[in-house]
Design a protein around this ligand. Structure first.
Ligand code: SAH
Length: 369
């Protein structure tokens, strides 16, 4: 199928009211909306032809207006460490990416994966322009629809289903991180719609506490997310300890500033009682000095429920930025630990599959248009 030739939309992303409307328009009864939700989100079947408890005539009419999925996987990159990255082409030809990470939660002698995390994209491109990030390079192309955000789950479900041994129930996701391409809180309404479907009893029934939303730090939107009353985890991409330094790496910081971001994160914790993780991408000789580590510890001193995730930068061509040295990462970590900060260093698991935000897409499609 050539890009853009599919004019139908998918049922994926519709809520029960919208599904009931689609069912009625196809000559069915409103309660068929519940059956559609059950097929889509309960069983992850998107092709109406396979929804065998619906009347044939209704299925035919639905298929006139709705295809199974609007996006398709055009590239799959494996990594020996359990990571698979999918390049996904949207109906209009834009390419996004989605990552499946398989891990074992404990040292497991049998080596079976028991933790499956999807990293989803929320935009094609990104408007934030972080200097170390591949997604920001070409700017924002457009927001993803709720359906396009959720279709990524269906592509990963197909991947997991293909891996199941004969007669065995396929594995399903245990964790969701909204850390792929784009700034999730910039596409707030569509993100909320997708997350509601993920969490709702009529939807995927996926526990909010297993979902993490990562943001560059849009203070008003962080507060708005807090006010939604969900139990999602929040990750805030801090990356710097002074406004001058942060604005150098993240242009949007000029308008927001560190203080407002940390205040919003504190409000998020106070309101939801969910942990907040501060992400800190270590960039060689930019923000990785012992002084930076001390300032970070001071900045987060007394922040309740706070953790730091250190991410040594994945090199991005043309960024002019370099990776931190092994020694700098170690020293930075030690200083934070000694200051009593709960700190994790993110393993470079996706390195071989270009796992940093937007890197596979850049490779697949040097330009987006
Ligand atoms: N826009 C959101 C989510 C997408 S990026 C955000 O900013 O949080 C997910 C995380 O990967 C962010 O912390 C981001 O700063 C980081 N990241 C992006 N490019 C990277 C790179 N080349 N190396 C290391 N981390 C990177």
């Amino acid at each position: 199928m050539a890009a853009g030739s599919e004019t139908r939309t998918s049922l994926i992303g519709l809520n029960p009211d919208q599904l009931a409307k689609a069912a009625i328009e196809a000559g069915g009864k409103a309660f068929a909306g519940k059956q559609l939700a059950q097929w889509l989100y309960g069983r992850r079947v998107a092709d109406v032809a396979a929804m065998t408890n619906l009347p044939l005539e209704m299925r035919r009419k639905l298929a006139d207006n709705f295809c199974a999925m609007t996006s398709q996987v055009i590239a799959t990159q494996q990594s020996g460490e359990g990571t698979t990255k999918l390049g996904i082409r949207l109906n209009d030809g834009l390419v996004i990416e989605c990552v499946l990470m398989r891990e074992h939660s404990r040292q497991d002698a049998t080596g079976t994966w028991d933790r499956f995390t999807i990293c989803v994209s929320t935009q094609a491109g990104c408007a934030m322009g972080c200097r170390f990030c591949a997604s920001g390079k070409l700017g924002l192309k457009r927001h993803l629809t709720p359906g396009e955000i959720l279709e990524q789950f269906f592509h990963v479900a197909a991947l997991l289903a293909a891996e199941a041994a004969p007669g065995e129930q396929p594995k399903w996701l245990t964790n969701v991180v909204v850390m792929g391409m784009g700034e999730p809180l910039h596409n707030f309404d569509n993100l909320m719609s997708a997350l509601e479907t993920l969490n709702a009893p009529w939807g995927f029934r996926f526990g909010a506490r297993r979902v993490t939303v990562s943001t560059v730090g849009l203070p008003d939107r962080i507060s708005e997310l807090a006010n939604q009353g969900y139990q999602f985890n929040l990750a805030v991409s801090l990356h710097a300890t002074t406004d001058e330094q942060r604005t150098r790496l993240i242009p949007t910081n000029k308008a927001t500033g560190l203080k407002a971001i940390i205040d919003a994160a504190a409000y998020y914790y106070k309101t939801s009682r969910r942990e907040v993780t501060f992400e800190y991408t270590l960039v060689g000789e930019e923000n990785d000095s012992p002084g930076d580590a001390h300032r970070l510890a001071a900045l987060l001193f007394g922040f309740p429920g706070g953790n730091v995730n250190l991410i040594p930068m994945n090199p991005v061509e043309g960024s002019g930025l370099k990776e931190p040295s092994v020694q700098a990462v170690q020293e930075f970590t030690d200083i934070l630990r000694q200051a009593g900060v709960n700190v994790h260093v993110r393993r470079k698991r996706g390195r071989r599959v270009q796992a940093a935000c937007g890197q596979l897409r850049l490779q697949l499609e040097g330009g987006l248009g």
